[in-house]
Design a protein around this ligand. Structure first.
Ligand code: OAD
Length: 264
């Protein structure tokens, strides 16, 4: 027993299981292809609220009420104010040790395999934090909050304005139509081809890490099944159990930023 705190374990304390950690280290050290499916939970320790946790509301509204094409058609100013709020908040935040550990693992796999793509991150997050951490092989299934798309000509451009002009218009003459966030809203299709690519990555993986996702949003959650069918070893990292937990080889109850630096 360490210290003199009369046995009290602080709520945040994380006590890793040595045997488990070593097993995961060995598996990752042997892997050639690793797929990661990440969700909002991986950014929780950077300070980004999850969707289904507390703190996911803006002005009493749920994301499902604002992140829809119907909401944007009805009141684009309100929707842009919501995204401006999220962009301002995100501009203050940084990648956490979980994002950074994954970027480091990608580098190790490149060294091992002498090519890029040994580790591919398939993320449902739009916050851009994997990219900020240095990850390059990245499939952003739901888009990216730092890109805008013209509702007229469809052109997609990076836009890091904080605050962003409300309402922003396309500057690519002669279009000048309203811009929208380049994000997949509820009820919309994923960008063309991206899910097929994610399926290929999942099916080719030796290991899939499923990190910080509630596993209830399709088609992302189904990628675990593609990885399983391809023979991957499935590892979930989440402080809560999810509908995916039972089908995992390892379902580890832990926070991503605490566990990932230990196993990578
Ligand atoms: P959710 O908010 O549904 O789930 C977040 C998950 O992260 C939960 O299972 C938490 O238990 C877990 N979690 C919380 N803190 C964590 C930590 N420190 N480390 C690891 N896990 C942690 O978010 P998603 O599953 O990403 O879609 O939601 C998927 C999609 O639903 C989002 O991309 C969004 C939303 O509707 C669109 O906007 C299209």
């Amino acid at each position: 027993m360490q210290g003199d705190t009369e046995g009290a374990v602080p709520e945040q304390a994380f006590i890793p299981d040595r045997v488990l950690i070593e097993d995961l280290q060995v598996r990752l050290a042997r892997a050639r292809k690793v797929a990661v499916l990440s969700g909002a939970g991986i950014s929780a320790e950077s300070g980004v609220p999850t969707f289904r946790g507390s703190g996911g509301l803006w002005q009493g509204r749920r994301a499902e009420e604002l992140a829809t094409p119907e909401a944007f058609n009805r009141d684009p100013k309100l929707v842009w104010e919501f995204y401006d709020y999220r962009r301002r908040a995100l501009s203050e935040l940084s990648p956490n040790p979980a994002h950074i550990a994954l970027a480091g693992l990608a580098e190790k796999l490149i060294d091992r395999d002498a090519k890029e793509g040994g580790l591919t991150i398939i993320t449902q997050n739009v916050d851009g934090l994997h990219r900020s951490a240095g990850s390059k092989a990245l499939l952003e299934l739901h888009g990216n909050i730092w890109r805008v798309r013209c509702t007229g000509c469809g052109a997609v451009t990076e836009n890091r304005d904080v605050p962003i002009e409300i309402l922003p218009y396309c500057r690519l003459s002669p279009c000048k139509e309203l811009l929208r966030p380049d994000i997949v809203w509820f009820g919309e299709m994923l960008p063309e081809g991206i899910f097929e690519e994610a399926c290929r990555v999942a099916a080719a993986a030796d290991i899939m890490l499923i990190i910080g996702t509630s596993g209830v949003v399709q088609p992302a959650a189904s990628l675990a099944g593609y990885a399983r069918a391809g023979g991957a070893y499935l590892i979930e990292i989440n402080p809560e159990k999810t509908p995916l937990s039972e089908s995992m080889d390892q379902s580890i109850t832990a926070k991503a930023a605490q566990l990932l630096p230990l196993i990578i």
